[in-house]
Design a protein around this ligand. Sequence first.
Ligand SMILES: O=C[C@H](O)[C@H](O)COP(=O)(O)O
Ligand SMILES: C=C(OP(=O)(O)O)C(=O)O
Length: 359
Amino acid sequence: MTSINQMAAERTDDLRVLRMDPLPTPHDVRTELPLPDHLSERVARSRAAVQDVLRGDDDRLLVVVGPCSAHDPVAVVDYAHRLAETARALEDDLVVVMRVYFEKPRTTTGWKGLINDPHLDGSYDIPRGLRLARQVLLDVLDAGVPAGCEYLEATTPQYLADTVTYGAIGARTVESQVHRQLASGVSMPVGLKNGSDGNIQVAVDGCVAARAPQTFLGVDLSGRAALVETAGNPDCHVILRGGRAAPNYDAASVAEAAALLARAGLPEGVVIDASHGNSRKDHVRQAEVAREIGAQVAAGSTTVVGVMLESFLVEGRQEPAPSGLTYGQSVTDACMSWETTRTVLTDLAGSVRQRRGTR
Ligand SMILES: O=C[C@H](O)[C@H](O)COP(=O)(O)O
Ligand SMILES: C=C(OP(=O)(O)O)C(=O)O
C-alpha cells in the first residue's frame, strides 16, 4: 500500500492513520477456541427458546441480565455460575440469557470494552481482546447459561456469533444501515433499541430493515473483504430503553410501541430495558422499574415479552482502571447487586405465573 502512495505526486491518504496492524482472522480464533458439540447444542436450544417467546409460542418471559460490560473474565464467569443456578430454579417461568457485553458504544469517549482494550490501560491489545471474549463466551456457556452480546463493530460477529444466543443493537447505532444489515444476517434473535432521544420509530424501522434480505460489504472467516448476502432475520424486535427526556417502560409507552409495530406489519412483542433511559442510570431505580414491568406482566400484558437488567456481583459502578478495582463491580453503567437481582428475577417469575392465571 505504501508503494501506491509513494507513486502519487502528493500523499493523499493515511494522513491521520497512526497504526494499522493485521489481526488474527476469525478462522484463526475459532480454530484456537472451538465451540464443542455439547455447547453448540446449548446455543441452538436456547436460541429456539428465545424465538418461541418472541413469537408467542412460549408463555415464559425472556430476561437478558448481567453486567453492563464484561471487564473481568473471572468475575463474569463467577456471575454466570450463580445466574445458571437461579435460572434453572426459575426455568418454568423465565428464559434467562446473560448479558456478556464486550463492545461499549460511548456517547463521546471512554473505555470501549474488553475487545478494544482488554487490559483497561489504553494499550488496545485487540488480538488478546478477541481471544479473551471468545474464551469468556465459552466459559459462560459451560457454566450453563446462554449469552447475549451487543454488536458494535461490523466484523466481530465473525469471531464470536456462533457462541451467542441473543444479539442487541444499541440506541446509538440503531439508525445505522451497517448495523441493520448485520442484524439481518446473524443467526440469533436481535433486539434493536429505541434511539437515545426516546424515538421508538427508528427501532421499528430498524426491525423492518433487519427482517429484510440485505446485500452489503463484510468480511469472511479468512478476514477477506466479501460480498455478503443475507436472508433477513425474522426474530428482530424492539427494546424499549427510555430516552433522554422520559422513560418508556409504562403501559402507555408499551401500547405506543405496539401500535407502531402493528402499523409496520410486525409482531407487537417488546423487550423492556429497566436500565439506561428507563432508570436514569440509577441502579436502585432499576429494581423499581423492573417491579413496575412485572406488574404489567402480572396484569396480563402479552406485549411485554422480555426484560433487560444490568446486574453484577456488587452494586454500583467504578471508574475503569488496569488494577485496584473492586471485584465484581461494573466499570461502565451502575448495576444492581447479585442479591437484588435474585429477588427481581424471583418476582418476575411470580408475575409470569400471575399472567398465566389471567388467561
Ligand atoms: O451501556 C453503557 C452506556 O450507557 C453506554 O455505553 C454509553 O455510555 P456513556 O454515555 O457513558 O459513554
Ligand atoms: C449501551 C447499552 O444500551 P443503550 O444502547 O440503550 O444505551 C447497553 O445495553 O449496554
